[in-house]
Ligand binder design. Structure first.
Ligand code: ATP
Ligand code: MG
Length: 671
């Protein structure tokens, strides 16, 4: 690519602004360099307009390295930069583009010494941070306090991070967002200081530090260097401005303090990171911070057909805190969004898979033009299985595939070893989950067990092992024996075989739950996943049926990795947070049931309900052509079999005249 690209635009590189943009968009692209805020609804071309503004600046002589473009993901910025490259045939790789963290990291490496830090600092990911905090908590003996009285390492990290992002002191963060820990303020503040000091000492930064130090550099760095840095950039541009926090807002302002050229675009209705300290107030306070700012808007909506737009607008109108925006659809009318009340999550998964096949085979829609969106990663569980069963290729944008996660594999290892005692790998995996089991001991025992266990259900299989090894190993083996008997015993009173679901629950109750609490900083989430796994497993009468299904999933994973070259041909599964800024022709939204979406913990606060509704708004505005809203009516929970689910208020509140969606009837499939 680079050999056909030049460092500056070709003399004949022309922009066809009149052709590619509407008048409002062109006004933004051509606006003089000054603080500029574009506040506009979903799909009005904010990102496109920002891209063209970059292109025009370059076309008029601004060298790419003198531009700084901040976006929500590095992928988004890459796409924008590639677009400019294509339009102008200019090499844009030297443009400072990416997330705030990405750009901050690069600058800090160059300017670290001006604020007295070493430029070879390491970076801690959130898990590392929690480990570091756990260590500090334990050093002070605070780990013995219940998490009701004292924050866990994870909560502490969230508090420290919120304080950094909002630029509000820890004391105040506790008062506002964590009142239950206010009594512990002094200790928490001291811990936060110790955390900062420890990071300095071992020469590491966490993600927040990349921003905190960047701002510190701009405000307190040695003047000549700061002047030099500010002089390097002529224009600062920010996409998705509604989700910047106070810290990022201050950085953008400071970076533009010399050039005065700051272009920010965003949509207050799509602000979905309040829980991490994103602050729409940034956007609303723009004019106060920049009295010379120009506010502009875009009112033509290009992405969605009018029917999808009507539904989105009716939804967001329920939020009190929002800017009224007029949006006029450009596209021709199409079908009204569909509302589907499905029997349960399995039927929900079947419906989506079936509909995707129809769209693909009967209407020729590319799989890459279809997305399934959900609030939580675990909401995609049944669908992953259904798609695998039907051999529909898919990519997951919301994290690891459910069944590839360590905790799921750990628990499944117990079932595997029971079903096939010769499975040495499964033995090895499950043995390592017990105290005293190093790699070597586990390996040796796994070999023995896989050779000897002809009657794996009998605790006697472990007898020889309980006589061997250290006290800790013997202890562990005794506890494993008890668990094994419990798993056997389950079959004795009831039917000959209790289902794998009961077994999974027993494994978690007897051992794995405590193991997770001890070993993972996000244990509650993992426990939740395992609950979901147990209720998923109720579908299988015998453990071997479940295991067969999972083995099939693993086989498919390999196929899918190989076909990575054609990303366009895969259905996309994504959390809504990860789908921000993107679009697909057809979108499904799953689990629109009260307590799932909106999530249970948000139901009681008006503020978090508004954030959840904005999340719903982001989901529905991703759809260009067709939108399907799905919810299961029965929840076959583990504790309470067959609970009736209520549809999400986000769906029921839309239901008045004129209608904005059609209720679809689904034929009952035989169970
Ligand atoms: P979001 O709020 O979701 O981030 P957005 O405002 O950034 O959306 P874009 O993603 O830039 O909107 O644009 C939405 C779609 O509309 C894209 O496919 C874009 O190419 C198209 N579009 C925007 N403006 C025009 C235009 N003037 N002519 C043709 N297509 C356009
Ligand atoms: Mg956008």
């Amino acid at each position: 690519m680079s050999d056909i690209l030049s460092a500056s635009p070709r003399p004949n590189a022309t922009l066809h602004l009149a052709h590619d943009l509407n008048e409002e968009q062109r006004a933004v692209v051509e606006a003089d360099p000054q603080p500029l805020l574009v506040l506009a609804g979903a799909g009005t071309g904010k990102t496109r307009t920002l891209t063209y503004r970059v292109a025009r600046l370059v076309a008029r002589g601004c060298p790419p390295p003198r531009l700084m473009l901040m976006t929500f993901t590095n992928r988004a910025s890459r796409e924008m930069i590639m677009r400019v490259q294509r339009i102008l045939a200019v090499d844009m790789r030297q443009c400072a583009a990416g997330t705030f963290h990405h750009v901050g990291n690069r600058l800090l490496r160059q300017y670290a010494d001006t604020i007295g830090i070493s430029s070879d600092f390491g970076i801690l990911d959130p898990e590392d941070c929690r480990d570091l905090l756990s260590g500090l908590i334990a050093e002070r003996g605070l780990h013995k306090l219940s998490t009701r009285r004292f924050p866990s390492a994870k909560a502490l990290h969230a508090i420290v991070s919120l304080s950094a992002g909002t630029r509000i002191a820890v004391e105040e963060v506790l008062r506002r967002s964590y009142p239950r820990f206010v009594e512990q303020t002094a200790t928490i503040v001291q811990l936060a200081e110790a955390y900062a000091a420890r990071k300095m000492r071992i020469n590491v930064c966490d993600f927040d530090d990349l921003l905190v130090l960047w701002l510190r550099l701009l405000q307190h760095g040695r003047r000549p260097q700061v002047q030099e840095l500010l002089g390097r950039f002529d224009h600062i541009l920010v996409d998705e401005y509604q989700d910047t926090n106070a810290l990022q807002g201050a950085i953008a302002d400071a970076m533009a303090s010399h050039s005065r050229s700051l272009t920010c675009v965003g949509d207050d209705a799509q602000s979905i990171y309040d829980f991490r300290g994103a602050d729409v107030g940034q956007m609303l306070g723009f004019k106060q911070r920049h009295p010379d700012a120009r506010l502009m808007t875009l009112t033509l909506s290009y992405r969605s057909i009018p029917e999808v737009l009507a539904l989105s607008n009716r939804s967001i109108a329920h939020n009190k805190e929002q800017h009224q925006k007029s949006l006029r659809p450009v596209r021709a009318p199409g079908p009204r969004p569909a509302l589907l009340a499905l029997r349960d999550v399995f039927q929900q998964a079947e419906f989506v898979a079936q509909r995707v096949i129809e769209l693909h085979h009967e209407r020729g829609i590319g799989l890459g033009d279809v997305a399934v969106l959900y609030r939580n990663h675990s909401h995609s569980l049944e669908l992953q299985v259904e798609l695998t069963r039907r051999k529909i290729p898919f990519v997951i944008r919301s994290g690891t595939r459910f069944f590839e996660q360590a905790h799921v594999k750990d628990v499944i290892a117990f079932l595997r070893a029971r079903a096939n005692p010769h499975d040495e790998l499964a033995w090895n995996r499950l043995l390592r989950l017990w105290p005293g089991m190093g790699m070597q001991t586990a390996q040796r025992l796994a070999e023995q067990l896989s050779k000897n266990s002809n009657a794996p259900s009998a605790p006697s299989a472990f007898e020889w092992a309980t006589r061997e090894g250290t006290t800790m190993v013997r202890d562990s083996m005794q506890r494993l024996t008890t668990l094994w008997s419990a798993l056997d015993g389950m079959g004795e009173t009831g039917p000959a075989q209790t289902g794998p679901s009961e077994q999974i629950r027993t494994i978690v109750e007897h051992h794995y739950g405590a193991y997770a609490d001890h070993n993972f900083t996000d244990a509650p989430r993992r426990r939740e996943d395992l609950k979901n796994l147990a209720s998923f497993a109720t579908r299988y009468a015998r453990d071997i049926d479940l295991l067969r299904e999972l083995a099939l999933m693993e086989g498919i994973v390999v196929d899918q990795d190989e076909s990575n070259q054609e990303p366009g041909e895969k259905l996309v599964l994504s959390t809504i947070h990860q789908a921000k800024g993107l679009q697909w022709r057809h979108c499904f939204v799953l689990w629109l049931a009260r307590g799932k979406f909106p999530a249970m913990h948000t139901l009681r606060s008006a503020r978090s309900m508004e954030e959840e509704r904005r999340l719903f708004y982001v989901a529905v505005t991703r759809a260009a052509d067709e939108l399907y809203l799905c919810y299961p009516t029965l929840d076959e929970g583990h504790a309470t079999p067959l609970r009736l689910m209520t549809p999400s208020p986000f769906v029921t509140e839309l239901d008045h005249d004129p209608p904005v969606m059609d209720q679809w009837e689904i034929e009952e499939t035989p169970a």
